[in-house]
Design a protein around this ligand. Sequence first.
Ligand code: SF4
Ligand code: FES
Length: 242
Amino acid sequence: MTKTEYEFTVKRKNDEGAVSYSRYSVPKDKISTVLEGLIYITENIDQTLSVRYSCRMEICGSCGMEINGKPRMACSTIASKLGTDKIRVEPLKHYDVVKDLVVDIDPFFEKYRKGLPYIIRNDEEDYSSELRQTPEQFKEYEKYSMCIKCGLCLDACPIAGTDPDYMGPAALAGVLRYNLDNRDQGSRYRLEIINGEEGTSRCHFVGECTEACPKGVDPSFAIQILRSQGLKHEISKIFRKD
Ligand code: SF4
Ligand code: FES
């Protein structure tokens, strides 16, 4: 390797499950981001390397991986800002690896779905036209709606790593996003779920999820708010007759 090249070390897993490391030299003037480096490798050096990506602009959430030991989006990680010419790339560690850098994201979405991430109405109104919302009402949940379902927060979470039943930071931030939406009437169903064994009680507030999130969603803070909502929900059940 010369001063004009990055040294990429990529963790690989083949169809038989054997793990190995491949090393590649990538010209610095050909790439800006780590994802561009990986694409350069697949187009010029090694077509057998598997990488998942789509938008290349931190929107689709598909290029999450560990880069120099931290969960990051490859498409928004500028290689020159890593502070080293040696770039180590590995699949997200809390997911099963399908091949090379491609992980099985299905369990993440299953957890996300558990939080009922959609608007629920309990009345019999006519919903053929839109449910109106003021800019202030939108601001209430805007931050939590920025989630791109990349799964980095779950990779960073030490609890999710040892406890596969825990819903995890993204799913819980998703719960808060809908609980704070003025058009929604389904909070009590979600609070029943997140007050259960798989919900907020498992979080130890390490805050690694918030640090890993590329979109500023702040799942750790969302979980703190949810704990308070959950407590109010339990108290209100004592006084409710239904
Ligand atoms: S909360 Fe942040 S890190 Fe977690 S899935 Fe959403 S965007 Fe990714
Ligand atoms: S390629 Fe879409 S988020 Fe990175």
